[in-house]
Design a protein. Sequence first.
Length: 317
Amino acid sequence: MNEVKEILAMNEAQLRRQCALSVGNLYGRLDSGKSWYNKMAKDIISCGWERCPTEPCLFVRFDNDGTLIGLWSTYVDDMTVMAPTDELAIGYLQEVNKKFPLDQISRLKFLLNMKYIQTKDGIGISQSVLVNKTLQAFGFDPENYKTSRPVATPAETHLEYADVDIVREEKDQPDFDYRKAIGCLLYIAVQTRPDILRAVNYHAKFVSCFGPRMVDGVKRIFRYLVKYTDIWHWFPADDDWHITLSTDASFAHGIELKSITGGNIMLGGALIAVLSKQQTMVAKSTTEAESSALIMNESYLIALTDLCRWTKLWQLP
């Protein structure tokens, strides 16, 4: 209300200057995103929420007894609220709505190209709509198996490209939008499709030096998505809060002879984190490669358990 009174008291010259500053903050400055976040976080915290010390876009709310009664996550200007009941969630949104207007307040069904379903048995997430759009953008028709030639795996077994497969001169590279394809596939893989993550990460190494074999490898991933377009990531509604970490590593992989770290983190029956990353060092043995993979995955596990302890989701031993 004080901000409104200040604006009403301005003359024309002051209003023009204020409008120019506002437009600059939103669109014309490098720190426009930070300005928006600071304003949003300040208003959310003023409504009784606490910001997570390790995840700045996550806010939690506790009752007087210290029991968790709300989770608030933000992604730029998209916000998701989780609460024990619909009435509580709507009430939280209406509180913040008084600080700054919210365009839509409804049960989560579609967000960031992901479709959500909520039942008494759990929550499911799918990116089938985005997968279909991506396939069509690169000339693959999910409805026409004859032209798309679907395959059952996203990559060949023991796939490795040799130095002769690399094309460093841009003029000699195939006429294919390799960077765009990798970008689209990475977004799909990181969000809901860990089954293609390893293949996409490997092909992402060659965005500046791809050759015909790499293009064929990327197209194979698309052909795999034609066969398995609609795969749901499912989070069952059960009382199993056990965390399970599975980790492994390949040895001396690829041209650089660097090992690949792989890992999965399961929360009960739900896959909540996947890692597929090339190690920075050259391991001298399989034991060294697997030890490095364990350390890397354990750092993710520690961060996750610290987050869960802070939010008081459960009591870890």
